[in-house]
Design a protein around this ligand. Structure first.
Ligand code: NAP
Ligand code: ZN
Length: 346
């Protein structure tokens, strides 16, 4: 086994704290990554605090991982030592079910393995990226361009692909008006991608203080979603809404801003189920769609798109000791726009 260190939650009630643990030995098709940066996704908060369901503890969160390959298995061919590698929300799957064959390994129906809070194919718990090193099957490691700022690349592995994938699926682009709800980690990537794909982007936010930044990110308009007059003025404006909200909220006002035949794509995962009025949907033939992360081929496509267009996440680089402050700030919506842990500080 390989000695590793990281930050773990020992229970859903205890704060994250330093923890020594072991990674599996490097298998024939594995690579070992020395982790340089790991983004802080709101999912890390939901999971370490059992907001969705009972987790596997101790839990080392983190699924926005970027680092350098430090060792390769006997039959691993994809990377050389010293290459950059990125890992997102999953580290294994069966490769044979229909979802895996479709390149949607995140939905593998046989043996999916999330990056943390899950069991690997060897039956042992897997641990995430708030850590100095990780061993991953090379198929689940992505190539990263040397051209981009590495700390800003880390969040692409979850926030990036989670917003890129639905925008591509629904062909959002030129001539479309796109509303992004919630300007956090996912939301700000939604603004960047929407803009890069040619859509006219508006941000719907509960935080008036984010307006200037939203415009810098590429949003043409900014609406305070708590302001009824502004929401009324936006009635039937958008072809698409991309909802990235992490907390419990009323979705019906957001549905009202869709045009007839508009599409509401949800990627946020608040703990409480929505109450959707049937009138909000029926009046205007509206569609509600979901989207979960993205598969291996599309994640690499997104990373290549980012390298080509010079897109990275806007981040606040933090010392791992400040992770609690980062979580508290994210709970208050005070994030600009992704916290990324500098693993040198571990
Ligand atoms: P984040 O950085 O904390 O941003 C969430 C933003 O949502 C906040 O900054 C805030 O933006 C808005 N918000 C929060 N609570 C709200 C409330 N009660 N009402 C209205 N707006 C609220 O979170 P994130 O990392 O982007 O993640 C967002 C959600 O997506 C989380 O639930 C996460 O688990 C989920 N997620 C899903 C997938 C997937 O595969 N579908 C992947 C990753 C994450 P404003 O200040 O602008 O209002
Ligand atoms: Zn995530």
């Amino acid at each position: 086994m390989i000695a590793a260190k990281g930050y773990a939650a020992q229970t859903a009630e205890s704060p994250l704290a330093p923890w020594q643990f072991e990674r599996r030995d490097i298998g024939a098709h594995d690579v070992q990554i020395e982790i340089l940066y790991c983004g802080v996704c709101h999912t890390d908060i939901h999971l370490t605090r059992n907001e969705w369901f009972e987790g596997i503890f101790p839990m080392v969160p983190g699924h926005e991982i970027v680092g350098r390959i430090s060792a390769v298995g006997a039959h691993a061919r994809k990377f050389g030592i010293g290459d950059l590698g990125g890992v997102g929300v999953m580290v294994d799957s069966c490769r044979e079910c229909q979802d895996c064959k479709n390149g949607q390994e995140q939905f593998c129906s046989v043996s999916p393995v999330q990056t943390y809070n899950n069991l690997g194919h060897d039956g042992l718990p897997v641990y995430g990226g708030y850590s100095n090193t990780i061993v991953v099957n090379e198929d689940f490691v992505h190539h990263i361009s040397e051209k981009l700022d590495l700390a800003g690349v880390a969040p692409l592995l979850c926030a990036g692909i989670t917003t890129y994938s639905p925008l591509k699926r629904w062909n959002v682009g030129k001539g479309h008006k796109l509303a992004v709800v919630g300007l956090g980690g996912l939301g700000h990537m939604g603004v960047k991608f929407g803009n890069a794909l040619g859509a006219e982007v508006t941000v719907l936010s509960t935080s008036p203080g984010k307006e200037e930044a939203a415009r810098k990110l590429g949003a043409l308009h900014f609406i305070i979603s708590k302001d009824e007059a502004q929401m009324k003025a936006a009635f039937k404006t958008f072809d698409f809404v991309l909802d990235t909200v992490s907390g419990n909220s009323d979705v019906n006002p957001y549905l009202s801003v869709l045009k007839t035949n508009g599409i509401y794509v949800n990627v946020g995962m608040p703990a409480k189920p929505w109450e959707v009025s049937s009138f909000s949907l029926a009046m205007g033939n509206k569609v509600i769609a979901g989207s979960g992360a993205g598969g291996l081929p599309e994640t690499q496509e997104m990373l290549d798109f980012c390298a080509e267009h010079g897109i990275v996440s806007d981040i606040e680089l933090i010392d791992i000791k400040d992770i609690h402050t980062a979580y508290d700030r994210m709970q208050r919506g005070d994030v600009r726009y992704r916290f990324v842990i500098d693993m040198k500080t571990l």
